[in-house]
Design a protein around this ligand. Structure first.
Ligand code: ADP
Ligand code: MG
Length: 488
């Protein structure tokens, strides 16, 4: 939702150019075992401790498809409002690398499991639809490690054979903000469905970033470069920014952009050529003879459709209609499934408007400050709901509520207990308040005169004095009413 990074892109050329971006996101399927073997996929295990003979490509080993991974891919496709292909084919993509023991990767080429779909970006300026070209399933490779042994490259095959979904967007993205929103929305959809944990630190979500530039108003696309394997949103943005400016410089210098594969160096903040189109790999794709074409029945697909949870777009719509939230409020409350659950838990027993303000205001600020996820919120939904009810029924003022909130933040406490122990209950007894107000007015006769002679600003002064005398506990509305009468 944040769109405050401004368009610093292509700043060197007075906005004459626009950037065109398409992403190939590799999302690790959330599954306990690999795509074609039963080895564990658990992150952080001892190197090479989760490698079956299939993953190590021992001769004679045969892949056996993991039905759960297929379901996850189809569910993701449903979440992307995409066409599910009832027949798809696994191909061998041949290349030779130390961390690829088979000498090929099993992937899907011409016939992916999922076809065209879409992702909706919730921009401040309205919605924008980003087209999805396809989603296909493939195996991950192992990992070469260059920084342990000074003389040798070591290989860890734990990742070898882990299921990935490659989600290819159309070249519909036009700015760094859109890239940010796109990745976040994609991740949110997959997290809602539990098909990918979206954990970028652990490499569960990486992207190849395709970038080209063109003069504004130009109908055709420019030549693209593909930046491989970028693993954070920030790096994607830095890489795109660098790359777009580089391409503009090439064009402005009278040159032409070469279609090539580039690497992003996040330490130097630049992209570097890896290989040009001329020496692009010839992967010699062909259908994997060890695997039959994958055929899905209508029943299989419909069963999965029936069990798709309410997704962010639908939830947003419901929140706006049912709870009268603004598009902005709804967007942030549904952006992550845990936040939406927390919100719904709070409003079960509390006022929606006040709850929305407190969650998006105080609570988000607190989580931000403590760098916590909402699932680890120091204040439970139940206790926040209680606090909100005390505001609503006038037991405490909004101001006192903030100080109670701070105490609650140090360890989830029942606000009632804090109010009782500290005697923070709002003074709402008109008789009591009248006494205090009488005294304030008596003690400040000079000011009363000034007020009555037209200096109306002084009203705030009297309110302040009453608040001071009651240690902030006086019910502000009542104070206003009684004071107004008294000073008339
Ligand atoms: P490849 O296998 O060559 O990477 P893919 O079809 O897998 O091809 O991916 C192409 C990606 O590049 C898609 O995400 C697409 O949106 C993007 N793309 C295609 N043309 C352009 C362009 N001119 N500028 C930027 N991105 C582009
Ligand atoms: Mg590619």
């Amino acid at each position: 939702m944040k769109e405050n990074q401004s368009e610093y892109l292509i700043k060197r050329n007075n906005n004459e150019y626009e950037v065109v971006i398409g992403l190939e996101v590799h999302a690790q399927v959330l599954s306990e075992s690999k795509l074609f073997s039963s080895s564990s996929t658990k992150f952080g295990a001892e190197p090479n401790s989760q490698v079956s003979l299939v993953d190590a490509a021992f001769p004679g080993m045969l892949p056996v498809i993991n039905e759960f991974c297929i379901k996850q891919a189809v569910r993701t496709g449903i979440g992307l409002k995409a066409k599910i292909n009832k027949r798809s084919i696994f191909d061998r993509k041949n290349y030779f690398y130390a961390d690829l023991p088979q000498g090929y990767q099993i992937s899907q080429y011409k016939n992916p499991i999922v076809g065209e779909g879409e992702v909706i970006l919730d921009m401040l300026s309205g919605e924008k639809i980003i087209g999805i070209e396809r989603l296909h399933l493939e195996q991950d490779a192992g990992k070469s490690i260059h920084d342990i042994d000074p003389k040798n490259t070591l290989v860890d095959l734990n990742r070898s054979g882990v299921a990935l979904m490659e989600i290819v967007s159309k070249p519909d993205l036009r700015s760094l903000d859109e890239v940010n929103l796109y990745i976040k929305k994609l991740r949110s959809i997959m997290r809602y469905m539990g098909t990918c944990d979206g954990n970028m630190q652990e490499g569960s979500l990486r992207a190849d970033v395709n970038v080209s530039v063109r003069k504004k108003g130009q109908k055709t696309y420019g030549t693209r470069c593909e930046i491989k394997n970028v693993n954070s949103i920030k790096f994607m943005q830095m890489a795109i920014d660098y790359e777009a400016n580089r391409q503009v410089d090439v064009l402005e210098g009278g040159g032409a952009v070469d279609q090539e594969t580039r690497l992003f160096d996040n330490k130097k903040n630049e992209t570097r050529s890896m290989r040009s189109k001329e020496d692009a790999h010839d992967y010699r794709y062909f259908p994997d003879p060890d695997l039959l074409p994958l055929e899905l029945s209508d029943e299989f697909i419909n069963d999965l459709k029936k069990n798709i949870p309410e997704l962010p777009d639908e939830k947003k719509k419901r929140f706006m209609e049912k709870f009268k939230l603004s598009s902005y409020e709804a967007t942030i409350l549904v952006s992550d499934i845990e936040t939406s659950k927390y919100f719904e838990e709070v409003i079960k027993n509390s006022d929606v408007k006040i709850s929305t303000n407190w969650i998006t205001g105080e609570l988000f600020a607190l989580l931000n400050e403590k760098n916590l996820e909402i699932t680890n919120s120091p204040i439970s939904a139940k206790n926040l709901s209680k606090l909100i009810n005390f505001i609503k029924d006038g037991t405490i003022s909004g101001k006192i509520a903030k100080s109670i909130f701070e105490i609650m933040a140090d360890g989830d406490q029942d606000p009632k207990k804090i109010i009782d122990e500290k005697g923070l209950k709002q003074q709402s007894d008109p008789k009591e308040l009248k006494k205090v107000i009488d005294k304030v007015v008596n003690d400040n006769q000079e000011k009363v005169k000034e007020y009555k002679s037209g200096k109306e600003k002084l009203f705030g002064f009297f309110v302040g004095q009453v608040m001071k005398a009651t240690a902030g506990k006086a019910n502000p509305q009542l104070v206003n009413e009684i004071l107004k009468k008294k000073l008339k």
